[in-house]
Design a binder for this molecule. Structure first.
Ligand SMILES: [Zn+2]
Length: 248
């Protein structure tokens, strides 16, 4: 059977990662949502401009009809000139024609102005449509990347769970129960490293005879202060113990 302590260290590493996974998953989903949100914003602006153009076109048609109407009136007024008998009537008719001419001029100016607006809006729409096309492609690509990364991540999680199951089969059930209770009580940190005879879980000093057992690494040793399971990073710690604290 594999060293129980080593098994516990591996299980804890997996558990820590699994605990973080929900946060990481949420971040992926948030990223996808942000991409969709940005695109929706651009689509909205484009739709608004299109609607604006439609309104201008409607107004343009209305002005054209109004102009036709006025031109018709001008024609009639001009025809009337031929049947006029008195000078007074003639003057009145000329005045009417002048008035009509002015409104023709005014309406033609309005039409010109609206046509200019339409033209510039059409130009902007064309540009925006091209930009939007590019943006749609970019966002689709980005979204695909994030989704792929998410899937990869979810697969990794499944892999980790399988690994954990395999480790659990090898571990002594009592040691696992002990670990589970400790992990719950110690906010996810049941197995902790020791350094320079200190428990890095609670920072309390470990008595030398217990520390020596930790160095041996054969059994599961608990910190006398916080009850966490202790382990030591063997190679570097040995050097540190040997050179750093002589005589111990
Ligand atoms: Zn401790």
């Amino acid at each position: 059977m594999e060293n129980q302590l080593k098994l516990l260290i591996k299980i804890q590493a997996i558990d820590t990662q699994l605990q973080k996974s929900e946060e990481i998953k949420k971040k992926y989903y948030d990223d996808i949502e942000a991409i969709e949100h940005e695109l929706t914003g651009e689509e909205g602006t484009f739709a608004k401009q299109k609607e604006e153009l439609q309104n201008l076109e409607k107004e343009h048609r209305r002005l054209e009809w109004a102009l036709d109407d006025v031109l018709g009136r001008r024609g009639k007024a001009q025809d009337k000139l031929f049947s006029i008998k008195t000078n007074k009537e003639y003057q009145a008719a000329l005045q009417e024609i002048e008035g009509i001419k002015e409104s023709v001029k005014k309406q033609e100016d309005e039409i010109l102005e609206i046509m200019e607006q339409m033209e510039s809006l059409r130009g902007a729409l064309k540009k925006n449509e091209e930009h939007l096309k590019k943006t749609r492609a970019e966002y689709a690509q980005k979204k695909k990347q994030v989704e792929e990364a998410l899937n990869q991540y979810l697969q990794d999680i499944e892999g980790q769970k399988e690994k954990r199951e395999a480790l659990v089969k090898e571990i002594n059930p009592q040691a696992l129960r002990d670990y589970t209770i400790l992990r719950e009580a110690k906010h996810g940190l049941a197995v902790v490293m020791t350094r320079n005879e200190l428990c890095l879980g609670c920072n309390m000093k470990i008595p030398p005879q217990i520390y020596n057992l930790v160095i041996t690494g054969d059994d599961i040793i608990h910190c006398p202060s916080c009850r966490r399971i202790l382990y030591i990073e063997h190679e570097p710690e040995h050097i540190k113990t040997d050179t750093g604290i002589p005589g111990k």
